[in-house]
Design a protein around this ligand. Structure first.
Ligand code: KIV
Length: 291
């Protein structure tokens, strides 16, 4: 008898970060959100977001640091791999943490390879222009898609100790437009614009073929990104003006944990419905045992 080969499901590659350019040409706004673990990433994918950014904002949102600067490559690898394991259909962009790409093109390529080959990211993101343009070109030359990040760049802002909107002066605005063009020419597949006034993001968006993804950059961008904890109401303290909270999960989480604590202390949790039954006969035999 001929053996029918057992059908196996084709391993489906996740969409390429390079496809983001066709979303812009099709006039489709791109939805990006940060996520840092498999559960969050799975939820983001079920909500139909286009891109998950494993941001180095994990430094503050997940790891308890005061800034993104201390985040290490090893931490980004763990977080990125978890996000990739939790998803199949979204583009996953991994941030290159501070110190992982600045020193040399060689180091930038080696670390971008770790994030894509070892952790499974579709693309990496680096901050800034100037020397970062050469880093982007080198990484792209090794076959890895790169997303740029201009405007307020948190790694540099933390080191300078000042988090200000960028491009409010005409000269600075012109610089941002030129840097954006340089990053596109270097081969970047998308560009995050953070905390820049709408006239500047509108000019950049019109000048580029690649999509702009704004955070605090107004509605003219080709897409938007928000940080998970900000969007879901998990961040304590003062929020940047560009954040819109779509839920109050922080409050709901505290309320749930308070209810749990109350029930444990009062003995109402666990109830019998949360326990495992023992066959009557076995129980009697057990309870009849001498202690
Ligand atoms: O690290 C991050 O979450 C980011 C976003 C703010 C764009 O870079």
């Amino acid at each position: 008898m001929t053996k029918v080969p057992v059908p196996f499901s084709e391993p489906r590659p996740r969409p390429s970060a390079l496809d983001l350019v066709s979303l812009k040409s099709a006039g489709r706004r791109i939805v990006m959100v940060t996520a840092y673990d498999a559960t969050g990433a799975r939820l983001a994918e079920s909500a139909g977001v286009d891109v998950i950014l494993v941001g180095d904002s994990a430094g503050t949102t997940m790891l308890g640091h005061a800034s993104t600067v201390p985040v290490t490559m090893d931490e980004m690898l763990v977080l990125t791999a978890a996000v990739c394991r939790g998803t199949h259909q979204v583009v996953v962009v991994a941030d290159m943490p501070f110190g992982s790409y600045q020193p040399s093109n060689r180091m930038a390529i080696a670390n971008a390879v770790r994030l894509t080959k070892d952790a499974g990211a579709s693309a990496v993101k680096i901050e800034g222009a100037g020397p970062a343009v050469a880093r982007a070109r080198a990484i792209i030359g090794s076959g890895i898609p790169v997303v740029g990040h201009l405007g307020l760049t948190p790694q540099a802002a933390s080191l300078a100790g000042s988090f200000k909107a960028a491009g409010r002066r005409a000269s600075e605005a012109r610089r941002i437009v030129q840097d954006a063009v340089d990053l596109e020419r270097a081969g970047c597949c998308a560009l995050v614009l953070e905390a820049v006034p709408p006239p500047v993001s509108a000019r950049v968006t019109a000048a580029l073929r690649i999509p702009t993804i704004g955070i605090g950059a107004g509605a003219a961008c080709d897409g938007q990104v928000l940080v998970w904890h900000d969007l879901l109401g998990l961040t304590g303290g003062r929020l940047p003006r560009f954040v819109k909270q779509y839920a109050a999960l922080g409050e709901q989480t505290v309320a749930a944990l308070e209810a749990y604590a109350r029930e444990v202390r009062s003995g109402t949790f666990p109830g019998t419905e949360h326990t495992y039954a023992m066959p009557e006969e076995e129980r009697r035999a057990f309870e009849g045992d001498a202690v």
